[in-house]
Structures are given as C-alpha cells and as structure tokens.
Design a protein around this ligand. Structure first.
Ligand SMILES: [Zn+2]
Length: 290
C-alpha cells in the first residue's frame, strides 16, 4: 500500500485509550456531584455516583511532551510551548530549554508556511489554533452510561484528604492543616482527538508519541497530572486501531470480550500496511526540514 491509496480524510477522528489507577488533575476536575447527591452528598461515601470532566489542558500538555520527545529522537528540535518573551519565573530557563532540544516557538514559520510538525499540530500565535483538537474526557462511575465513541471514560471520583502535620518535635505531630485534592480512580476510556486538517505525518506522530508515552509511563516527566510521587499519573495508553468499525471499537473497552478474528486482521493491516506509510511521512517531514 502507498499513501496515495489511503483515504486520509477517514482518519480525521481518532481515539487514544487511556487507563490509569489514579489521576490527580490538581484543582481542575469538574464534578457533577449535585447530580446524584440529592441534597445529602457525603464526600467519603463510596456509593456516591459522581461523574465529572477531565479538562483537556493537562492531557494536551502530556501528549505534546511525548510528541516533542519523538521529534527530538529524530535529532530535530521541537517548538517550545512557551512564548520567548513570557515572564519565566526562572531566569535562563528558556535558553536552557533551547539548548535541550527546542527552538523558539514559531521560529519555524520563518522557513515554512506551516512551521514544524509540533507547531502545525498545536498552534501558537493568535490566529493559528493548531490542527489537532483536544477534547476533555467526561467520566462516569456507571459503566453502562459511558459512551466510548464520544470520547468518554469510566472513572471514579475520589476526594483525597491529606493531613499536613507539624515537624517540630514539641508539637507531637499536631495537624497544621488539611488539604483535599480531587482525583479520578480506575480510569479507563477513550480520549477523542480530531484533526482540522488531516496530514499523514500527524497520524504517524500521534502513533509514535502515544507509544513513547506508554513505554515511558513511569518516568516522572511523562506522568500525567499531579501526585506523581505518590503513584498518581501513571498512564497506560494506546492508539485505538483507526480501522475498527464502531462495534469493534466498543469491544476494546469490554472486559468480557476479546478481539474477533476480523479485529486481529485489522491490527495486522494497521501495523504492516498503514502505519509504516504514516511513519515515513513523518520521517520525511521531520528529517528533510532543518
Ligand atoms: Zn516549531
């Protein structure tokens, strides 16, 4: 198969399966606890049927970082995510990043209309939003109400309490304050990404980026969200085979069912016919441009 045989527009919508035992997205998980609480909501009640939304910001940064690493492994620099004139808290930080595999955001536009592949995907300046649309993930503890085809997940809202105690010996570990963080436990679902314009190198980079994140899931730098030193943010991820039909897609998330023979055939097709084409499109874009 060659790229010209592939109908690239059919890859506009893709899904990344995301599994994590614990995710702490700092303060930014939006819950719908009012929905099930009926006026007598108790934080610690395991029967709480609370769902919510994981905003796309953290997910986006996590994915972008994985993709940047792929580009850097090709020996090329990636677009820096921050503006060069931003007020960084640490002096010299930006320049240090530039030495470590980044070029100033948007500098790649000087030579190419669409910039580097990271810029092309994530955008940058004002009127250029980037070609990949990242959606939030809606999660629910009630599996039957999760629509994976709409980029949703099964997940259980938890509120974690931490007592911060005094370290001073005379205080006998007297509590100083209590902090609460929102978390999602046992997350399993689909993250929906769509491309405004689909280019073969985008699919190649997405596939390689997701694989990179999966194999580096315990690296501090590639965990997702907060609580990384406490077992949070370790994510199993994979690109769901874009060749699957809807019924096959549902099977992926069904613990009671395994792949059909047809799905196995599609996995082979994806790995041997499609992916190499997308990967060489990526190689060509990344390696032929300085
Ligand atoms: Zn760039």
């Amino acid at each position: 198969m060659t790229l010209s045989d592939i109908e690239i527009a059919s890859f506009r919508d893709v899904f990344v399966r995301i599994k994590s035992e614990l995710l702490v997205i700092d303060d930014s998980i939006i819950t719908d606890r009012h929905h099930a609480s009926n006026g007598n909501y108790v934080d610690t009640d395991p029967q709480n049927q609370i769902g919510g939304i994981i905003p796309a910001f953290s997910l986006s940064g996590w994915l972008r970082h994985g993709m940047e690493c792929v580009v850097q492994r090709y020996g090329r620099t990636a677009c820096h995510p921050g503006e060069s004139n931003a007020n960084f808290r640490k002096e010299g930080l930006y320049n240090r990043d530039l030495d470590a595999g980044y070029h100033p955001k948007g500098e790649c536009l000087d030579e190419y209309e669409d910039g580097c592949v990271i810029f092309d995907l994530f955008g940058g300046f004002g009127n250029f939003p980037g070609n990949v649309m990242r959606r939030p993930i809606k999660f629910s503890p009630v599996r039957t109400s999760v629509d994976y085809t709409r980029g949703q997940a099964e997940g259980h809202y938890r509120r974690l309490n931490r007592n911060v105690v005094s370290r001073n010996e005379g205080d006998n570990r007297e509590p100083l304050r209590n902090t609460e963080v929102d978390a999602v436990a046992n997350l399993d679902g689909a993250w929906h990404l769509s491309f405004r314009e689909v280019k073969p190198e985008f699919i190649g980079l997405l596939a390689e980026g997701v694989e990179y994140l999966n194999t580096h899931q315990t690296d501090f730098m590639h965990q997702l969200g907060g609580a990384r030193n406490f077992g949070g943010g370790i994510v199993d991820c994979e690109l769901v085979n874009p060749l699957y039909e809807e019924s096959e897609f549902w099977r992926v998330f069904d613990r009671g069912k395994s792949n059909t023979n047809k799905m196995d055939t599609k996995d082979d097709e994806w790995a041997h016919d499609y992916l190499p084409e997308f990967q060489s499109a990526l190689t060509e874009r990344v390696e032929t441009r300085q």
